[in-house]
Ligand binder design. Structure first.
Ligand code: M6R
Length: 615
């Protein structure tokens, strides 16, 4: 959570830092702040609220000139979102300025020590403790800023990506990371610092991604020196060439990133299978699997760890892996797995799914699984992310940047990658017939076009949204491959419209949830013709007899559900295992339109952040 940005070079820092914060606002948006230095004075502005509030405040309060600047957009952990708790934080002398993404877990004991030594604290944050600890080291040890940061970080426990400068030596910014991402953009005699590369993409394609436990001193005109925080060794940094382009991180003509990302799914899925799926030859090429094929074929079981929407993709994968490849699969919330002393052996494979590749619980689950001897395979979207680097092998989803907090294209591309893996293993194990295998490959190739068709229902879905926008509760039901889609549909509605929603396997309804059904309750039922169609139709009848309002997600041309439901939304026909890739689309659009009609902030729902980098 939280986004950090910094600049040192020959341009004005303010517009770069401000724009960078706007691009990183998906990481947290309850308060924001910027510090600038213009060779004469330090100017700091911070406020509760969004980056737009900060812009208004800053431009009326201070002169925004200066070629060194750092900025922060916050998702509060320690201390409520208010002006004082916003970053940057300044040391007691007024010299050191810091921004921080993460948590300093032992901040209370450090604070006590520093208080005894006369330090005063204005905020409730752990970050203000850190900046004063660094200052204390400078004063006590008579060392330069870089060394002081290193000594201070050796005394802290927790997670961080920080950027700090000393206004009395304004030619350097010191950065460090442990558990939170940090990239350094290397331009022509100018340097950029950010939680991801989006703030500097129009200025440079070259970036250094700090590894966990590394810090760097970024000096004006002199370059970047990277070293390890804990053993002090120097590191020769690898300069990555970025593949991002500006269009991917702009809204273009869409009202919201979420809508843009929903509409990007056909191309995102093509990008996911490009170079991997060769339907005509009947081949799936995936280096991460090819290189470890024996291990996968001999695996006793697969354990999938993930959170949120990625966990739902894991549940879809459980159905697909077991059905096609006949490998036992367990799906766990990463946050539970990491604390419950799970039984994991060296012949288990753990698949960690994460869009951001930074989710703290998923990362911790991976570390635990590795300690227990499992082989970890990562399915991530963000290239170079912490989870993708921590895993033993992996496959990227290649969905492109997902900026809307509600995950959409990440989900369908995760399912695509996992389906490719399942099909590849099924073929290698001989658990799928040749005919079925080829049929699945060919059908997977048609999915982008079928999603285009599903998207054509948008106007009709808007009408359905209008009808149910004032509901206070909503049920989502599905069976088999579409049970996880029901969970995902409910999560989408909850997180962006704040309407209470629950997803259930349709048959579970009789074991409790049916008691909730009355004429006020909309029930979204995924009832595609494949799978347990007749049984789902019976469930629909049970809802209808209790006056529930039925929205059926059906295969095109369906008549049985149409006769029973209040509304139906059609998706094209496909193979059962691939239906989640289509049935998800109307559920995303439905929640999107309801949230827009209710006037909610679709891309930045309250209390949420895109990357959950704290547990
Ligand atoms: O980046 P990750 O996939 O690891 O994130 C996991 C969840 O935080 C994420 O899917 C979250 O549930 C989304 N807001 C759902 O839309």
């Amino acid at each position: 959570m939280c986004g950090i940005v910094g600049y040192i070079g020959h341009r004005e820092a303010y517009p770069i830092v401000l724009k960078g914060l706007q691009r990183l606002e998906y990481r947290g948006y309850d308060s924001a702040g910027i510090a600038l230095y213009d060779e004469k004075e330090l100017k700091v502005s911070k406020t509760k609220g969004k980056v737009a509030d900060l812009k208004a405040k800053m431009e009326s309060e201070v002169d925004t000139s200066g070629t060194l600047g750092i900025g922060h957009t916050r998702w509060a952990t320690h201390g409520v979102p208010n002006d004082v708790n916003s970053h940057p934080h300044i040391s007691n002398s007024g010299n050191l300025v810091v921004i921080h993404n993460g948590i300093i877990e032992n901040y209370e004991s450090l604070k006590k020590e520093l208080t005894k030594r006369g330090y005063k604290f204005e905020s409730d944050t752990d970050t203000e403790v850190l900046v004063n600890l660094i200052e204390d080291v400078i004063l006590k040890e008579k060392v330069k800023l870089g060394k002081a940061v290193q000594i201070a970080l050796n005394q802290t426990v927790g997670a961080y990506a920080i950027a700090v400068f000393d206004k009395s030596k304004p030619n350097e910014i010191v950065v460090a990371r442990l558990g939170s991402p940090l990239a350094i953009g290397v331009g022509d005699d100018e340097y950029f610092i950010a939680s991801d590369a989006s703030p500097f993409i129009e200025f440079t394609n070259n970036a250094i991604y700090l590894e966990d436990g590394e810090m760097a001193v970024v000096r004006r005109h002199k370059g970047v020196k990277v070293r390890k925080i804990f053993d002090d060794s120097l590191v020769d940094p690898y300069i990555h060439e970025l593949q991002l382009n500006l269009e991917q991180i702009e809204k273009n003509n869409f009202d919201h990133f979420m809508l843009k990302e929903i509409y990007e799914q056909p191309s995102a899925i093509k990008d996911t299978y490009r170079g991997r799926l060769h339907a005509e030859e009947g081949i799936i090429r995936m280096a991460g699997i090819d290189d470890n094929l024996e291990r996968f074929l001999n695996a006793r079981r697969i354990v999938i760890v993930a959170c949120g929407t990625s966990w739902h993709a894991g549940l879809v994968a459980e159905y697909i892996f077991e059905d096609l490849a006949r490998i036992p699969v367990e799906v766990e919330y990463a946050s539970e797995f990491r604390y419950r002393n799970p039984i994991i052996n060296s012949d288990d494979i753990v698949i960690a799914i994460s869009q951001s590749g930074e989710t703290a619980d998923t990362m911790a689950a991976i570390k635990l699984a590795k300690e227990k001897g499992a082989f970890v395979f990562g399915v991530c979207n963000v290239v170079g992310s912490s989870i993708s680097r921590e895993a033993n092998a992996g496959a990227y989803t290649h969905a492109g940047p997902e900026i809307g907090v509600a995950s959409t294209k990440a989900f369908t591309t995760q399912i695509t990658v996992l389906t490719l893996i399942a099909l590849k293993l099924a073929k290698a194990k001989g658990t799928i017939s040749n005919t079925d295998y080829h049929m699945h490959l060919q059908e997977l190739e048609t999915i982008p076009q079928k999603i285009e068709i599903a998207l054509e229902e948008n106007d009709h879905i808007k009408e359905v949204a209008f009808k149910y926008k004032d509901a206070r509760n909503c049920l989502y039901l599905g069976r088999g491959f579409n049970f996880p889609v029901a969970l995902e549909g409910a999560l989408k509605l909850k997180e962006i419209s704040y309407i209470h929603a629950e997803g259930y396997p349709a048959a579970e309804m009789k074991h409790g949830p049916i008691a909730l059904i009355d004429e006020e309750m909309p029930v979204v039922v995924i009832a595609t013709r494949k799978g347990h169609y007749e049984k789902v139709v019976s469930n629909i009848q049970e809802i209808k007899s209790r006056q529930g309002k039925i929205i059926g997600i059906v295969t095109e041309g369906d008549t049985s559900v149409r006769d029973l439901a209040d509304y139906v939304i059609e998706v094209p026909d496909t193979i059962e295992a691939l239906t989640p890739l289509l049935t998800t689309i109307p559920l995303q659009l439905l929640s999107y339109h309801i949230a827009v009609m209710l006037g909610k902030n679709v891309d930045q729902p309250r209390n949420l952040a895109k990357s959950v980098t704290v547990e």
